[in-house]
Design a protein around this ligand. Structure first.
Ligand code: UT7
Length: 336
């Protein structure tokens, strides 16, 4: 935040570096077809997923987060010691207490930063980016590390074909700082939640309502429970709305969007949202076929891949969108 001629001037927040990491081990649809009653054709046709990555034994969420963070720090030419703030968006932290973010802080040696987790499921990175943006805009922080990291393979019931085909492990990271050029950076974020839909995607056991017990384990209440059809309907309704809301707030139009960077849960959801908005699929970076749904990691991984592939040119308008358990959803518009 700057005072210029007696007026308060907000600084634009920008993404200065991106990074990603996915474990080496690949789990194919063919392999899943040996575990549960499913086929490669069903999974590919209904979701667009061909394979997903699974963390190695002993590998934990913060390990993945730290590797993604180091890539992002290197791109931003930023030292870990210079970070003011670390946000980790995750629902699959190393342990319930303390946060994954403080463990990441320690592993990176980011001694100056304060660190906390954000629990907004697949929309978590977008929530994190929004928080980081506010701190940068007001001058309260100059370098913020935002990470989306999920190790969902340990929260999936591997005998449930409704869920085990969908998820993968990964981490993505963004370094957020002040934009040098006032015409570039984060234009807006719009976040929403609807807790009345909490039951359609949850891990019902292991918290204060159903503390860990033999019964919770026996009933697999510590695993992801999902009503996929309801999530699907919710997503294709609210995601176009939140993109239009963002465009409207900035006086922009659908045709102004150069790139869509989505949270990738299901290729059909993304296709339907883009179809409703009249945005060609070529404008959207897709990697769901290779990673599956990596929840909060999905958006920063996609951004990193598009960035490193040279797809994002200075001045391009990027629309990000995500939806997750809660329900939580939102959008971010950024002038790259
Ligand atoms: O990041 C947010 C996290 N979650 C999501 O985004 C999930 C969003 N939803 C989806 O992606 C889709 O709803 C799914 C891919 C999960 C399911 O696709 P669908 O077209 O909505 O299928 P459905 O749940 O309505 O099930 C249709 C049929 C059912 O059989 P019956 O009742 O018609 O005989 C299911 O039992 O497909 C069956 N089915 C399967 N068949 C083969 C469900 N899972 C499988 C499977 N393989 N893996």
């Amino acid at each position: 935040m700057l005072w210029q001629k007696g007026a308060l001037v907000l600084v634009n927040a920008h993404i200065l570096g991106t990074g990603a990491y996915a474990p080496k081990r690949i789990l194919t649809n063919q392999y899943l077809a040996e575990l549960v009653d499913t086929t490669d054709a069903w999974i590919t046709g209904r979701t667009g997923i061909k394979q997903r990555r699974i963390a190695a034994e002993g590998e934990v969420t913060s390990d993945m987060a730290v590797i993604a963070a180091r890539h992002a720090l290197a791109m931003a030419a930023t030292k870990a010691e210079d970070l003011d703030m670390i946000i980790v968006a995750t629902v699959s932290a190393d342990m319930p207490l303390p946060s994954c973010a403080v463990i990441v802080q320690a592993k990176l040696g980011a001694a100056r930063a304060f660190a906390f987790d954000v629990s907004a499921a697949c929309a978590g990175s977008l929530y994190g980016l929004s928080i980081a943006g506010q701190f940068i805009q007001t001058g309260k922080a100059r370098r913020v590390l935002v990470i989306g990291a999920e190790l969902l393979s340990r929260l999936v019931d591997w005998s449930d074909r409704n869920t085990c085909i969908l998820f993968g492990d990964a981490a993505g990271a963004m370094i957020v700082g002040p934009a040098h050029d006032r015409r570039r950076g984060l234009l807006s974020t719009h976040l929403h939640s609807d807790g009345t839909a909490a039951e359609i995607l949850s891990i019902p056991g292991g918290g204060s309502q159903h503390p860990q017990s033999a019964e919770v384990l026996a009933r697999k209440m510590d695993k992801i429970a999902m009503n996929g059809r309801e999530i699907y309907k919710f997503a294709v309704r609210v995601l176009p709305e939140v993109i239009l809301e963002a465009l409207d707030a900035n006086g922009l139009h659908v045709s102004d969007i150069d790139h869509i960077v989505p949270h990738q849960a299901n290729a059909r959801i993304v296709e339907s949202v883009l179809g409703r908005l009249g945005i060609p699929l070529e404008k959207c970076w897709m990697n769901l076929d290779r990673y599956g749904n990596t929840s909060s990691a999905s958006l920063p991984i996609s951004l990193d891949e598009a960035n490193r592939a040279g797809r994002l040119k200075p001045g391009d308008l990027i629309a990000m969108m995500a939806i997750g358990a809660g329900m939580t959803w939102g959008s971010a518009l950024m002038r790259w």
